[in-house]
Design a protein around this ligand. Structure first.
Ligand SMILES: NC(=O)c1ccc[n+]([C@@H]2O[C@H](COP(=O)([O-])OP(=O)(O)OC[C@H]3O[C@@H](n4cnc5c(N)ncnc54)[C@H](O)[C@@H]3O)[C@@H](O)[C@H]2O)c1
Ligand SMILES: [Zn+2]
Length: 671
């Protein structure tokens, strides 16, 4: 590279890092993963080392954090709050440990204090006479933001010290959001339609740096102390960092249970390996371990460089977030027909493994991320959880990026895909024939409240599906005892029993058969209502949406599920096969005209009845052909109001729907 090219690269790196610092420290909304930031930072540092003419005190490599936001009052740190140097692998850590020994001019093993590197944000807490009087962020290391009111809301942070504490002490530590709390917070935010946080570190920073401390108070933040700033001299401090942490603990300050004293670089390596192994089981997210020379005198001998102490290093774990390119999207069909978009990624190492797939959850998530094929995306893989797409880098979108089109047909069976109103999940409607759903729909079909096939357990169904003996419920009725008997652990006798039970299930009832079909949201009760309303299967299959909604307990969503089910030719075909194979039921008695005195009327029950329960009233009305609905509309014939009737009564009055008393109801039922 020519000197002009080098200068251009240095300028570019500085501009990028300055921008990323602002996004990360000031806005709590980074646009690139830490791994990318770290790569650029190291590249710049290397260039500045190799070509000292590019060195500058204004370079991001010489600075800590970012300037405090003007919205907050400012706090000047009496002792600067620094950053830490990083090691990304064993050899970098070994080089650090060597340098420490050389600088201390010792051959003896150095004692280290090892701590988890909590991934949150650094705070400074000032205690005077044991009382918390001020809390501040690190800011640019010299000046931070006054967040006293906010830190006061952190539950495990003492407002008053206990035991034998010094008159004045500045405590430093990390504020973070435990992983479980972070997940719960995001789930709720998603349900409310609020902004979600990309990771626990952003959640902690965004929650703590609020102008309104009431918002901070609602966020599940946590604090661990890891060092001291200035301390008044009325109390003697230990000359070991580890011992000082114990002193902090004795004053009531929470410290991590993972803090450990070890000998030399061998001890540090073992600590690193142990914590890395347990990383996922810790309650909080960590991005590495911090290894500190334990002896305070040795710390002082080693001193500082511009942005970090020479006596400590952050040995980072493999990053849990990385960036890569979205090459395409596949749509997978789950056991219940739910269709999940899966991102096909350019393979990338995340959290120590190569990731080439990530879930995109559903169509809403695709819209929320505004993700296109060809986009550069940030992937997060924490623990055993399926990798997630956190965000998209819109500025890196290529011109030929393609929008993601959700399929209208099931990729497995070709059935129509349905997405119910108000639901995030899209589903395949081919429940009976869809290979992806075969096991579940067959288990349901055979279950006790459905076709009630004795002896046909879940395990056997799974085996039969795996062997492809069962592709649809109709295949059940074609099974031969002789074939079944060849299965492992199946005697001739039990094979015969099963075939007999299958044959016996042929004579069933219409409600059972409807329930067995596994139409979404059609439970036993709805199946029974459908059967008595339509009396025959063809009548039900031909009913339109409005006719279906006339059935008691059938609302718009259920009606649409039923309607769609019978529009699917595959489903109709299986039903025909089943009937041909001999499934029968006694004709359902439709109400005679004489019995159906209330046919075509819809009633709504509200309040407490005295002569009967609401359920009894409902059954009595339904027995006379009426529909009983849960909500009042213009179509309601009348609202029957018992004692303490509420909003439904008001609604009826607003809509001009007649209101009847319990006495009126009794009279109606007498007719
Ligand atoms: N994604 C981005 O755009 C972006 C931008 C800026 C910074 N960053 C990330 O932040 C890092 C730099 O941040 P930094 O200057 O805060 O340094 P750092 O996070 O690498 O290390 C210093 C910090 O570690 C924390 N810490 C946690 N546990 C500790 C312990 N036991 N003892 C001492 N300190 C402990 C403290 O908050 C301290 O300030 C980068 O390496 C990068 O990963 C990312
Ligand atoms: Zn399907």
């Amino acid at each position: 590279m020519s000197s002009t090219q080098l200068q251009a690269r240095v300028d570019e790196l500085r501009a990028l890092l300055t921008r990323y610092n602002r996004e990360y420290y000031e806005l709590d909304a980074p646009s690139v993963p830490d791994a990318e930031y770290d790569r650029l930072f190291r590249e710049l540092k290397q260039l500045e080392t190799d070509y000292p003419e590019f060195k500058s005190a204004h370079s991001p490599t010489q600075k800590v954090g970012s300037a405090p936001l003007a919205e907050f009052s400012q706090v000047t740190h009496e002792v600067p709050m620094l950053s830490l140097d990083n090691a990304f692998d064993e050899s970098e850590f070994a080089a650090f440990a060597e340098r420490v020994k050389e600088r201390l001019d010792t051959n003896a093993e150095v004692i280290y204090c090892c701590e988890p590197k909590l991934d949150g944000l650094a705070v400074s807490l000032l205690y005077e006479d044991g009382k918390l009087v001020r809390g501040a962020t690190r800011g640019d290391g010299q000046t931070g933001e006054d967040i006293t009111q906010n830190v006061r809301t952190i539950r495990n942070l003492p407002l008053q010290l206990t035991g034998n504490y010094p008159a004045r002490v500045e405590v430093r530590g990390e504020v973070f959001m435990p992983v479980k709390a972070f997940n719960t917070y995001n789930e709720k935010a998603l349900a409310r339609g609020d902004k979600v946080f990309a990771n626990p570190r952003n959640a902690a920073a965004g929650s703590l740096r609020q102008l309104d401390s009431r918002i901070t108070a609602q966020r599940p933040l946590h604090f661990y102390a890891y060092s001291m700033g200035v301390v008044s001299d009325d109390l003697e401090l230990a000359d070991s960092h580890y011992q000082r942490l114990q002193q902090l603990a004795s004053w009531g300050l929470p410290i991590s249970a993972e803090v450990k004293q070890v000998e030399g670089s061998v001890g540090c390596s073992a600590y690193y390996a142990d914590i890395l192994k347990r990383r996922e089981s810790l309650r909080y997210e960590i991005d590495g371990v911090v290894l500190k020379v334990d002896n305070i005198r040795q710390q002082q001998d080693l001193g500082f460089v511009s942005r970090a102490p020479r006596w400590a290093i952050a040995w980072k774990f493999p990053a849990q977030e990385e960036m890569t390119v979205l090459n395409g999207v596949d749509f997978q069909v789950g056991r219940t027909g739910a269709i999940t978009p899966v991102a096909r990624l350019e393979p990338v190492a995340v959290g120590g493994v190569t990731v080439s797939n990530a879930t995109l959850h559903n169509a809403d998530e695709i819209a929320r991320l505004d993700i296109h094929i060809g986009d550069t995306v940030i992937i997060r893989r924490a623990g055993d959880v399926i990798p997630q797409v956190v965000s998209v880098l819109p500025e890196r979108r290529p011109t030929d990026a393609q929008a993601i089109v959700f399929p209208t047909e099931c990729p497995v069976c070709g059935s129509h895909v349905e997405r119910a109103e108000g639901e995030a999940v899209a589903r395949c409607t081919g429940g009976l024939i869809c290979a992806a759903q075969r096991k579940e729909s067959l288990k349901h079909f055979a279950s006790r409240k459905a076709m009630d096939i004795d002896g046909l357990g879940d395990k056997l169904i799974e085996l039969l599906v795996e062997r492809e003996w069962l592709k649809s419920p109709a295949d059940l009725y074609r099974l031969k005892a002789r074939e079944l008997a060849m299965l492992p652990r199946m005697g001739e006798k039990s094979a015969e029993n099963i075939v007999t039970a299958i044959a016996a299930s042929k004579s069933t009832t219409l409600p059972r058969f409807l329930y067995a079909l596994g139409i979404r949201e059609v439970g036993e009760a709805t199946a029974a209502n459908l059967a008595s309303h339509f009396a025959s299967l063809p009548a039900l299959a031909e009913a339109d949406q409005a006719q279906l909604e006339e059935v008691s307990d059938v609302g718009g969503v259920v009606a649409s599920h039923i309607y769609q089910f019978f529009r699917e030719p595959h489903n109709q075909q299986i039903i025909d096969e089943l009937l041909e194979l001999g499934i029968t039921w006694p004709t359902v008695e439709q109400l005679t005209q004489a019995e159906a005195t209330l046919a075509g009327h819809t009633y709504v029950l509200t309040g407490t009845l005295t002569e009967m329960t609401r359920d009894e009233a409902k059954q009595a009305l339904q027995a006379r052909g009426a529909k009983v609905s849960g909500s009042v509309s213009k179509k309601t014939t009348a609202v029957i109001a018992g004692d303490a009737a509420g909003s439904k009564l008001t609604k009826a009055e607003q809509l001009g729907v007649p209101v009847m008393s319990e006495q009126d109801l009794l009279a109606l039922l007498q007719r």
